[in-house]
Design a protein around this ligand. Structure first.
Ligand SMILES: Cc1ncc(COP(=O)(O)O)c(C=O)c1O
Length: 390
C-alpha cells in the first residue's frame, strides 16, 4: 500500500505551508521511533508515569449478563483516565527530538487535552489546547484539570463549537507557528503521517492484550470490541490482530438520538468518502459535499469522520462497524456500574452497548475483549442529568 494511504483513504490534502512540516514530522518519526534510546524513554514513561501495562480484567458479572467470557482492557486506569496518554507521551517525546518548544492540540471530551497537558509538563513543553465552547461546558471537570496543569485553554466558537471546529482552528493556528510548535493530533485522523503515528503509539494496547490473553486463556480472543470516531483506541487494540483472521474486530460509533435523526453519526452507514482535515475518509456530508455535524452526547465521539485506516478496514470487511444510540449508552453506563462497580466514559459505554445488544452472537465459550477506553468521572454531571430528566 502506498505510504500514507489506506486504499482510497488517507493522504495529505493540506495548505502548502504545512507540507514541509509534515515531511519533517514523518522524517523525525522514522528516525527516532525505532531507536533503542527513544523506546527506552517512551517505555519508561508508559510504565512509571502512565501506569502501563494496564490490567486485562475478567468481568465475571458482566460476562454472566451477556452470556460469554468478557475481559475488559483497563485503559481507564492509565493516569488521566483514558488511553489518550499513550499517544500524547509518544508525540511529546517526538516534539523534543524535533527541537520544538510548544505543543498545540484540540480536545472534545477533554481527555486528550488533559493527556497533552500532562505530557507537555513531563517533557518541559508549553501547551495550548483548543476546545469547542459546547465541549468546554459539558466537559467542565477536564477543563479545570487542564488549566490546573498550567496549559492554556482557547475556546473555539466557530461552527457548532465542537470537535470538528476545534480541529479546524488548531490546523489554522498551526500554519502560523509550526516552526516552534508541534500539533499533537489526538486521534487517527488528519493528514499523513498522523494516522500512522497515532496508531503506532496506541498499538501498545493491542500488544499487551495479546500477551495477557495468551497468558490467561492460552489462546487469542474470538472478538475485540472498541468504541471510536477517529479510531485511536480501536486501532490501538486492533492493529496487532489485523492479520489474525479468526479474531473478529468490531468498531462501535455514536448513533446519536436515532438513526433517522439527520445528524446521527451512525449515518456513516450512508456516509461517503470525502476530505476532512487533510485526509480522505468516510465523512458525514450532505448531497453537496458539505460536512454535516454529528450529534452524540459523547463529546469524544462527535467527529463527523471515520479515520482513514478504520474507513479502509470497514470497507474491506475486516472490521465490522456498529453504532449505539444515546439512550442505550446511558443504560449501558448503569449496567457496568451495577455489574462491575465501574463507571465508564460515555464513549466507552458505546462498546458496552454492543455486547448487551448482540448477546445472540456469542455463546458461553466465546472470548471477548472489550477495550475499556476511559472512566466516566468527566461525564458524571451529564449522566446524572440524563437519569434525572428521564
Ligand atoms: C474515553 C474515550 N474513549 C474514546 C474516545 C474516542 O477517540 P478515539 O476514536 O480516538 O479512540 C475518546 C475521545 O475523546 C475518549 O475520551
Amino acid at each position: 500500500m502506498k505510504k500514507g494511504k489506506f486504499g482510497e483513504y488517507g493522504g495529505q490534502y493540506v495548505n502548502e505551508i504545512l507540507m514541509p512540516i509534515l515531511i519533517e514530522l514523518e522524517a523525525a518519526f522514522e528516525k527516532h521511533y525505532p531507536t533503542a534510546e527513544f523506546q527506552e524513554k517512551l517505555n519508561g514513561l508508559l510504565k512509571d508515569y502512565a501506569g502501563r501495562p494496564t490490567p486485562l480484567y475478567y468481568a465475571k458479572n458482566f460476562s454472566k449478563l451477556v452470556g460469554c467470557k468478557v475481559y475488559l482492557k483497563r485503559e481507564d486506569l492509565v493516569c488521566g483516565g483514558s488511553h489518550k496518554l499513550n499517544n500524547a507521551l509518544g508525540q511529546a517525546l517526538l516534539t523534543k527530538e524535533m527541537g520544538k518548544t510548544r505543543m498545540i492540540t484540540e480536545t472534545a471530551a477533554g481527555q486528550h487535552g488533559l493527556a497533552t497537558a500532562m505530557a507537555g509538563n513531563v517533557c518541559g513543553l508549553e501547551t495550548e489546547v483548543f476546545m469547542g465552547v459546547k465541549d468546554i461546558k459539558r466537559q467542565a471537570s477536564n477543563v479545570k484539570r487542564i488549566k490546573l496543569l498550567g496549559a492554556k485553554v482557547t475556546p473555539v466558537d466557530i461552527g457548532m463549537g465542537v470537535l470538528k471546529d476545534a480541529v479546524s482552528d488548531t490546523l489554522r493556528k498551526w500554519t502560523t507557528c509550526s516552526q516552534t510548535t508541534h500539533y499533537l493530533m489526538g486521534s487517527t485522523v488528519g493528514p499523513h503521517p498522523y494516522p500512522e503515528i497515532v496508531a503506532t503509539f496506541q498499538s501498545v494496547i493491542g500488544k499487551e492484550i495479546k500477551e495477557q490473553i495468551l497468558e490467561k486463556e492460552g489462546r487469542l480472543p474470538d472478538t475485540i470490541v472498541a468504541c471510536g470516531s477517529g479510531g485511536s483506541n480501536a486501532l490501538g487494540a486492533f492493529r496487532p490482530f489485523i492479520n489474525e483472521k479468526d479474531v473478529k474486530l468490531v468498531f462501535v460509533e455514536g448513533g446519536g438520538e436515532s438513526l433517522e435523526a439527520d445528524n446521527s453519526a451512525a449515518a456513516f452507514k450512508i456516509g461517503k468518502p470525502g476530505i476532512l482535515h487533510g485526509a480522505v475518509m468516510q465523512v458525514l456530508q450532505d448531497e453537496n459535499g458539505q460536512i454535516k455535524p454529528s450529534r452524540t452526547r459523547a463529546a469524544g465521539l462527535n467527529y463527523p469522520g471515520r479515520g482513514p485506516e478504520i474507513s479502509f478496514l470497514v470497507n474491506s470487511g475486516r472490521v465490522k462497524a456498529s453504532y449505539a444510540f444515546d439512550k442505550e449508552v446511558f443504560e449501558a453506563v448503569k449496567v457496568m456500574c451495577r455489574t462491575e462497580g465501574l463507571i465508564p466514559a460515555l464513549e466507552t459505554a458505546h462498546a458496552i452497548v454492543y455486547m448487551v445488544n448482540h448477546k445472540e452472537e456469542f455463546d458461553e465459550n466465546e472470548l471477548v475483549v472489550l477495550n475499556y477506553s476511559g472512566r466516566g468521572d468527566k461525564d458524571l454531571e451529564t449522566i446524572m442529568r440524563y437519569f434525572h430528566e428521564s
